[in-house]
Design a protein around this ligand. Structure first.
Ligand code: 6PG
Length: 479
């Protein structure tokens, strides 16, 4: 045996990750794919990688030095379980099986528990950065045991993206912690993308600028505090001209957004945890809304505002939208980190939130300049309860909030949907409110269901005898 690492599943992500591994000093990579053609093609196209091709699981296991370490790169789902079973059959206690797909974290918890009984380590690792990231340096979010990290850590560090000299990988926590964090990464990705899309829509409809002109706006924004991969690629997409029609590509792409499920998982999990990730939820729902053409065709009859939308001062409006985008983006990250904090508490993971901000600085889809500010915030206050209350963000809100409000008002008046902008602002105003109408909701609940309430002026739980003489009594706490 000569390989220190193996890759199972040689579609684009798996092949690129295998090539990345092979290109780093000290790694020898064994590869296996269910159909042998993919293996043979990879070997033929990349002789420089020195891959060890294998054609069944026994051969694959024999090619690996102990503790054997294998990364599974297959489409998340039942295929993953099948590959895990095959590996468990040929691996030994102490060996390490890594699932590098976008698995649901509860599946990872289940798989880790089952595999652990055999003495083999199972690690669910989120890998972000798409095909290019896999090849040149992704951001990696591994869960799993401390024992597995001893072997796996150096290997993953060798291939991860580097941000300010630090590899974008950390041992996130045990069992499903890595996939949980990757899930929330994707939820934030949905919010970020939707916010950018809303900004584009408002600028286009408010100023009449062409997609190519708006590409210049995004390219300009990318030189400042909004600098990020998603802003950068937005400019590229907007500048693209369709070869067939000569129109901007964005105008010929069907306006129905797809989704593979990680955004929905983030929202479903947040609902169970009671964490209001409203920006992520609106972004996910915005994709759903877009994808019902039959409903949209019928609803196109509904009335909209009478007056056309045209802003007076184009530059001022664009600056307002930029600030609204930045403020809303901070809300989305703050909500996402809130979900990680709550998930860690629920599942017993010891997750270092500052370390997560750091490993998202490069390699992943949501990489952005401002993640440095996030890691600074956690460095200063590791148990910060609301991320966006860190001093740097407070300063942004002071600067941005008037613009943010103007943009949401303008969008509402113009009839331009801005669910992510407006829900982020509503969250901001909700969380900073001295007093919320939740008090009235409690009164209503007590009225129709004797659900009880607490008082601001004394301890205890109370119920008003609504259908009796309406005096108040002490009651059992029913929540
Ligand atoms: C990443 C991406 C990656 C994938 C998304 C796309 O971090 O590299 O998030 O995982 O491109 O899952 O998700 P949707 O198809 O749901 O938009």
């Amino acid at each position: 045996a000569t390989a220190n690492i193996g890759v199972v599943g040689l579609a684009v992500m798996g092949s690129n990750l295998a090539r990345n591994l092979a290109s780093r000093e000290g790694n020898t990579v064994a590869v296996y794919n269910r159909s042998r053609e993919k293996t043979d093609t990879l070997i033929a196209e990349h002789p420089e990688a020195g891959f060890i091709p294998t054609y069944d699981y026994t051969e694959f296991a024999a090619a690996l030095t102990k503790p054997r370490t294998a990364i599974i790169m297959v489409k998340a789902g039942t295929g993953t379980d099948a590959v895990i079973n095959e590996l468990v059959n040929v691996f030994e206690p102490g060996d390490i099986i890594v699932d590098g797909g976008n698995a649901l974290f509860t599946d990872t918890i289940r798989r880790e528990k089952a595999v652990r009984e055999t003495g083999i380590n199972f690690v669910g690792a989120g890998i972000s950065g798409g095909e290019e990231g896999a090849l040149h340096g992704p951001s990696i979010m591994p869960g799993g045991s401390d024992e597995s990290w001893v072997t796996l850590g150096p290997i993953l560090k060798s291939i991860a993206a580097v941000a300010e000299g630090e590899p974008c990988v950390t041992h996130v926590g045990h069992d499903g912690a890595g996939h949980f964090v990757k899930m929330v990464h994707n939820g934030i990705e949905y919010a970020d993308m939707q916010l950018i899309a809303e900004a584009y829509d408002l600028i286009r409809r408010g100023t009449g600028k062409s997609p190519a002109e708006i590409a210049d706006v995004f390219a300009e924004w990318n030189t400042g505090e909004l600098e990020s991969y998603l802003i950068e690629i937005t400019a590229e997409v907007l500048r693209q001209v369709d070869g067939e029609t000569g129109k901007p590509l964005v105008d010929v792409i069907l306006d129905q957004a797809g989704a593979k499920g990680t955004g929905a998982w983030t929202v479903q999990t947040a609902l169970s945890l009671g964490v209001p990730v409203s920006g992520i939820a609106e972004a996910t729902f915005a994709r759903s809304l877009s994808s019902h053409p039959e409903q949209r065709a019928v609803a196109a009859e509904l009335p909209g505002p009478q007056e056309a939308f045209q802003v007076d001062d184009v530059d001022a409006f664009i600056e307002d939208v930029r600030l609204a985008l930045f403020a809303s983006k901070i809300v989305a990250y703050s909500q996402g980190f809130d979900e990680i904090r709550a998930g860690a508490a629920e599942y017993g993971w010891n997750i270092d939130l500052g370390a997560i901000a750091k490993i998202w600085r490069a390699g992943c889809i949501i990489r952005a300049q401002f993640l440095n500010r996030l890691s600074d915030a956690y460095a200063a206050t590791p148990d910060l309860p609301v991320l966006m209350t860190a001093p740097y963000f407070v300063e942004v809100f002071e600067r941005a909030q008037a613009a943010w409000r103007r943009v949401v008002v303008a969008a509402a008046q113009a009839g331009i949907p801005s669910p992510a902008f407006s829900s982020s602002l509503a969250y901001f105003d909700g969380i900073r409110a001295d007093r919320l109408p939740a008090a009235l909701v409690q009164g209503q609940r007590d009225f129709f269901g004797a659900h009880t309430y607490k008082r601001i002026d004394k301890p205890g739980t109370f119920h008003t005898l609504w259908s009796g003489d309406r005096t108040e009594i002490e009651a059992e706490d029913t929540h």
